[in-house]
Write a protein that binds this ligand. Structure first.
Ligand code: NAP
Length: 278
């Protein structure tokens, strides 16, 4: 059985994944930013007889990401599921001054992954799972204005950029790791009825109000990420983009090697990581 860290396990796809993977007998480490909510979820799973533990960290603060990685690495890790994510309808920055979506949805999981790679390499079948989104197709990723200080702020555009960055990272990291281990996979859950973007009025709240009856349940949406965590590592398919159990081709921009190289250089510079996987 594997030790699995799931970020954003307090609701939606992360919670559905935690419930199922704990039920399958895995040692699940649930991450959340809200301590009270995390405690409720841990109590539910512990009462059901599952071996679970919890970690609190706000991914909008890279110092908290560093500390989270250190605590998790101490216990060993087989699977890192970078699931947490969010959307901001209004301009907002992370503690270190990055645009919020780019910081939380991209820089935080990249840093967490980097710090946990040595631990994942010690595992028998280590893997990294990045929860992706079809909105990456609308991402542009203008690195010159990635903090979105110029022009009008569009929350949807910022979210799409962060998801495009996640896919470029998935492919680039898989390549730099020479196919693994760890294997690196991106998985798209479909359009799922979760708490995503529901805190404030904005695009995702409007989408939910109109479409919630035809959206997937979190349990169905999470099947892909559960399967990638529970099944074989699929080393030969590292770097893939999974949709409904099949490998799909992401957008042209998500496959653009120049864009991937520029993003990698920018990421290393802002995170202070020097050519961190040769
Ligand atoms: N729902 C969809 O249709 C859909 C489609 C494609 C991709 N996705 C992706 O699926 C992933 C999970 O989203 P979901 O739909 O399950 O949404 P959700 O129900 O809102 O869950 C998001 C999780 O991320 C956590 N999170 C958000 N910001 C955080 C931060 N700054 N620090 C730490 N944790 C933070 C949330 O914590 P709190 O409980 O404290 O808010 C929550 O646990 C995201 O990466 C999203 O982009 C979702």
């Amino acid at each position: 059985m594997s030790r699995i860290l799931i970020t954003g396990a307090t609701s939606g796809l992360g919670l559905a994944s935690a419930r199922k993977l704990a039920e399958l007998g895995h040692d699940v480490v649930l991450h959340g930013r809200n301590e009270a909510r995390l405690a409720e979820v841990l109590e539910e799973l512990t009462r059901a007889g599952h071996a679970v533990s919890g970690e609190v960290a706000d991914l909008a603060d890279l110092d908290q990401v560093e500390a989270l990685a250190e605590r998790v690495a101490a216990g060993g890790l087989d699977v890192l599921m970078n699931n947490a994510g969010g959307y901001q309808p209004r301009r907002k920055s992370t503690v270190q001054g990055h645009e919020w979506s780019f910081g939380v949805n991209y820089l935080a999981p990249v840093l967490l992954t980097r710090r946990l790679i040595p631990t994942l390499q010690e595992a028998d079948a280590g893997r990294v799972i990045m929860v992706a989104s079809r909105t990456h197709k609308e991402g542009r990723l203008d690195l010159k204005n990635i903090k979105r200080t110029e022009g009008r702020y569009h929350g949807y555009g910022a979210y799409a950029d962060s998801k495009l960055a996640g896919l470029l990272f998935t492919r680039e990291l898989a390549e730099r790791l020479g196919g693994g281990p760890p294997a690196v996979h991106a998985v798209e859950p479909g359009i799922v009825s979760t708490g995503f973007g529901q805190d404030e009025p904005g695009f995702f709240q409007r989408l939910y109000n109109v479409g919630r009856f035809i959206m997937r349940s979190p349990e169905k949406g999470a099947r892909g990420q559960i399967e990638l965590a529970d099944g074989p590592a699929r080393l030969g398919q590292s770097g893939s983009y999974w949709v409904d159990g099949k490998v799909k081709t992401p957008s042209k921009r998500a496959r653009d090697p120049k864009m991937a190289a520029n993003l990698w250089a920018y990421t290393c510079a802002v995170l202070g990581l020097d050519l961190w996987v040769d």
